[in-house]
Design a protein around this ligand. Structure first.
Ligand SMILES: [Zn+2]
Length: 323
């Protein structure tokens, strides 16, 4: 009897969980989205993941016995890819969650775990903006700044799965406080959180009226999106905030390129939806700081898979179990 084989990809985000069933070519057959509701605790979240997988399988008309492998991408920063343990994921409020073991017990299929930025990097490399490239870096600028390094079409993990934490590269000693406890990290200067923080500070001094208006008049509601809205409408203060963030991003990328010498940098994440506000200062700073040959040999492009980059990488990881 013909056995239809398939794989499962799971993207566990701070806000929502995406689950897909795909064929062995990573063509998505069914997709289910659910809310993470991390406040309910990891057991409930994992139960929701499992039921989403069953819903996706049902929609695709596939029995769980036909699943060869599953892979989940989760936010870091602390996880062990081989053991499949999430030591710490701030966005999920998870500590020491044995995700691989729990999912394997519930699904009875091999499960792999990967850091979300690494998984998105692999997804973009194989199916998105990085197709045809073997050495590239994916950088996501969102609430935080994440990064995945691809060398020879494979994720570079480092000694303890911590490689690519460009968000915590110090670019301004003594600069603003970062969520990691350090100061002046790239994430504290160029992320959506940093953009919102700068705008809030100015609004408190009465110097960011257009941004405040874009946020509905409440300082606490100012986010990167409101700053972008004001900047796109021509507000000088909002434009300046994005300009500075763009410069810092360019500086971070130059450091990265000087170290890795990739042929491609793929930029993704929510803040990059307003890339026109950052691109020029980013490039200016990047080319001023990068080693000439390394800078000339790298192309900087936007991600192509949007919210699917992480899950496409997860599917590739699940498929590699069979290969
Ligand atoms: Zn940091």
């Amino acid at each position: 009897m013909f056995k239809r084989e398939c794989i499962v990809g799971i993207d566990i985000g701070g806000t929502k969980i995406l689950t897909v069933v795909a064929d062995m070519h990573c063509n998505v057959l069914a997709k289910v989205e659910s809310l993470t509701n991390a406040f309910e605790g990891y057991e409930r979240v994992i139960d929701r993941i499992v039921s989403s997988i069953y819903t996706a399988l049902e929609r695709a008309g596939i029995d769980v016995k036909e699943v060869c492998a599953a892979a989940a991408c989760v936010p870091g920063p602390e996880l062990d890819v081989k053991k499949g343990v999430v030591y710490f994921a701030g966005n999920l409020n998870w500590k020491n969650v044995d995700l691989k073991e729990i999912l394997e017990r519930k699904l009875k299929v091999p499960v792999f775990i990967e850091n979300d930025a690494n998984s998105a990097a692999l997804g973009e490399c194989l199916f998105g903006a990085g197709q045809g490239t073997s050495d590239m870096v994916y950088v996501t600028v969102s609430t935080g700044i994440g990064c995945g390094i691809i060398i020879n079409k494979k994720i570079y993990h480092g000694a303890s799965d911590s490689a690519g934490e460009i968000g915590h590269m110090v670019v301004l000693p003594g600069g603003p406080a970062c969520s990691c406890g350090n100061r002046g990290c790239l994430e504290a200067l160029a992320s959506g959180t940093a953009i919102a923080r700068d705008a809030k500070e100015l609004a408190k001094k009465g110097c960011a009226d257009a941004v405040l208006k874009a946020a509905g008049g409440e300082i606490e509601k100012i986010n990167a999106l409101a700053v972008a809205k004001a900047a796109k409408a021509g507000d000088g203060t909002a434009k300046e905030i994005f300009y500075r963030a763009g410069r810092m991003l360019g500086l971070g990328l130059a450091n990265l390129v000087n170290l890795i010498n990739p042929s491609l940098i793929v930029l993704g994440g929510g803040v990059m939806k307003s890339k026109e506000l950052m691109w020029e200062p980013m490039e200016k700073e990047f080319y001023a700081r990068a080693i000439k040959r390394a800078g000339q040999n790298v192309e900087i492009v936007s991600a192509e898979l949007g919210s699917m980059s992480g899950i496409m990488g997860a599917l590739a990881i699940a498929r590699s179990y069979i290969e």
